[in-house]
Write a protein that binds this ligand. Sequence first.
Ligand SMILES: C[S@@+](CC[C@H](N)C(=O)[O-])C[C@H]1O[C@@H](n2cnc3c(N)ncnc32)[C@H](O)[C@@H]1O
Length: 306
Amino acid sequence: VAKSVFHKSVLYKEVLEALSVRPGRTYIDATTGGGGHTRGILEFGGKVLGIDVDPGAIKYVAGVFKVPLKEVEGRLVGESEKLTIVQGNFADLKRIAERFGVWEASGILFDLGVSSHQLGEAQRGFSFQQEGPLDMRMDPHLAVTAADLVNGLNEGELDELFSKYGEESAGRRLARAVVRARVKKKIETTMDLAEIVERVVWKRGKIHPATRLFQALRIAVNDELNNLKKGLVEATEILNKGGRLVVISFHSLEDRIVKNFFKERADLQVLTKKPIVPEEEEILANRKARSAKMRVAEKQSAESRK
Ligand SMILES: C[S@@+](CC[C@H](N)C(=O)[O-])C[C@H]1O[C@@H](n2cnc3c(N)ncnc32)[C@H](O)[C@@H]1O
């Protein structure tokens, strides 16, 4: 397991096994985050292009691997012999890779969602357990925050957002509560919103009632599902024959996209009929791992059929 406290890598050994890293080959870590999986690939002798949309993650990884950073076309970039790190969105994976000299990859990893670091930084607004501005942008260049959505969308739009992206059965009641609350006072902080939710939805088991609604807002603010769809297409294009595409998702909306994408592509052979999930021991040591599902596919030649 990665030593960093920035983020504890999920399914660490399973990812490295699935990527089946070969020395000297190039791998893309599309969500380098705290650099945990990146480190594993490097330790197996692979070269890595690490991408993350969050400049904070790129700065952290640059520090860990002692790669000097510079700005190239408005992005933070660090280049060393074995590791290149680039601030960017994996929706542009192919363009970013080619821009930094990677024309094909022997394996590509997506470890989706937020890092523990992002969740723990109250200022980022990802967590309903800490008071902070209702922001939720992974990329600070984005124009619209979660606060803009909860204060700006109408009741019908909020219902749709909560229901669709939060898979929330109480979407309508929550939308009404949000609209009623914001007439009295603009909803500005994570706690403002969590309190509104707590008034409307009861706690279900161990899961906090605001979990799904925060998930919905995060997906919308960062356009996560569309980025994932684009990223998977681009990754498949740049993957070598025999190369592995490894995706870890943390909720059913993402997992469904990955599962269907793998199934639909004639040039991908699915290696995981059922997703790989963390062992109990890992879940006990890292609660964030509990909802992780990893799917793996291998790139076939264009002619070969499934
Ligand atoms: C779960 S963390 C990855 C942790 C990493 N695998 C490790 O071992 O430390 C997910 C990371 O993906 C990044 N991310 C999310 N969406 C992205 C996107 N569309 N493009 C690039 N990075 C993204 C987040 O900023 C976050 O740092």
